[in-house]
Structures are given as structure tokens and as C-alpha cells.
Design a protein around this ligand. Sequence first.
Ligand code: PGA
Length: 251
Amino acid sequence: MPERTPQLAANWKMHKTIEETEAFLAEFLPRAEEPGPEVVVCPPFPSLKTAVELCLQSRVRVAAQNMHEEAEGAFTGEVSAPMLLELGVRGVILGHSERRQYCDESDEALARKVPAALEAGLEPILCVGESEGQRDAGETEGILTRQIEVDLANVADERLGQVVIAYEPIWAIGTGRTATTDQAQEAIALIRRLIEARSSEAAGAIRILYGGSVKPGNAGELIAQPDVDGALVGGASLDPADFAAIVDAAR
Ligand code: PGA
């Protein structure tokens, strides 16, 4: 198995103005200088340029929280991969459960967005995960299988390893109810087996993160699981000291 560099990504959701982004990075960047895991911050669109400029001399990269699959066109309110790239953005979260739930983001749209991001040179962070009802009904495996199959259907096997996947059980997002280390490991190992069915090389290379109520106190044990390659952090990433402590937990 090749060594996979862990990734810690901060999903700020609809939080932080430009001024608040500056204040966060002023405190966080000095604490993120030590080599080790990859660190990504994902601010809302208006703060991206400021974040890119402030992170330029650091190890921290900037990603967006969504993009449209077309490069341009009559899509009011949307933003494309070339527009993000021009800003210096390096990646993009795709398929977050909040976008699936509130913005009708479909697996079919993700099947177009993920390859569009890769082709443009952005690292996609594809989110997948089951709801509480689906887990209780024993549907977790089927849901994850469908999401992985459809969302990555148009990505060539050779490029699969360049995608980052975040396993985020919906019942653990923003609820303070983290998956147990066993639940996280089991689901992420399943995702890796699904990738392996297409390419064993990609399965060894692809980073699969856990997301859902990750905090400084539980990050270390989650990331220590053999298949868990880091974390996508929401609430706790809004506080520079907490997110720095989560990055430290992955060292
Ligand atoms: P949370 O969010 O850490 O606040 O649970 C994670 C996410 O939605 O990416």
C-alpha cells in the first residue's frame, strides 16, 4: 500500500465574511506551518480570493464548496471551475449532503461535476453518506455503493486516485453525534473496496476522509483507523485553535 498523506479540510459552509476570514487565517496560519498533513480551507465564494492571497506563502490550500459542471453559460447564480481556478482555488467540495438536501444536488449532476473539476485541474472532495433512517433500515451499503458508482461513473480509472472522498453520515453532521471509530472505518473500507473493484492502484492512492462532528477530542482516534485518511470538519473548523488542534491530531 502506498503512503497516503492525510488531508484535513475545513468546510466553513455559509460562515465567515472577508473580515472574519482574515481574522481566522491570521491566527490559524502560524499554527499550520509544520509539515505533515495537507490542510485545506473551504470558505464561501466571496472570501475565496482573500483566503487564496493570505495562504499563498503557507502550506494551506483553498477549495470552494460547490461549482457548476459547465465552464460558462446561462446558469444564473452559478460559478464554474475555470472561474475558481483563476482565483487560485485548488479544489472543490462536491455533493455535500446539505446541497443534496436543500439544493436538489443529484448523483447524476455529480457524475458531470466530478470529472469537470478534475479536467479543469481542481481536486474534487466528493461527499457521500447515508441518513439515519437509511442506516437504521440497513441500507448504508446500498446507498454508498450507488453514490460511489454513479458520482464517479465518468471518471477514468486512472484518475480515480486524484479524487478525495469524504464519508459523512448525515446523522453525524452538526449533531455532535460522531460515528464510532468502527462505523467510520467500516464504511470507509467499503468505499475503498468499491474503488478497488475498478482499480487497485486508485484504491491504494485515494484519500477517503471522515466527516461528521469531528472535534479536537475525537479527531486523533478517527484518523488513526487504517482506512481513514483525514477529516472534513464543519463546526469545529470555524475556530482557529480547534481546527489547528485537529490538524495536530493527524500528525
Ligand atoms: P460538522 O460538519 O463537523 O459540523 O458535523 C461536517 C460537514 O458537514 O462537512
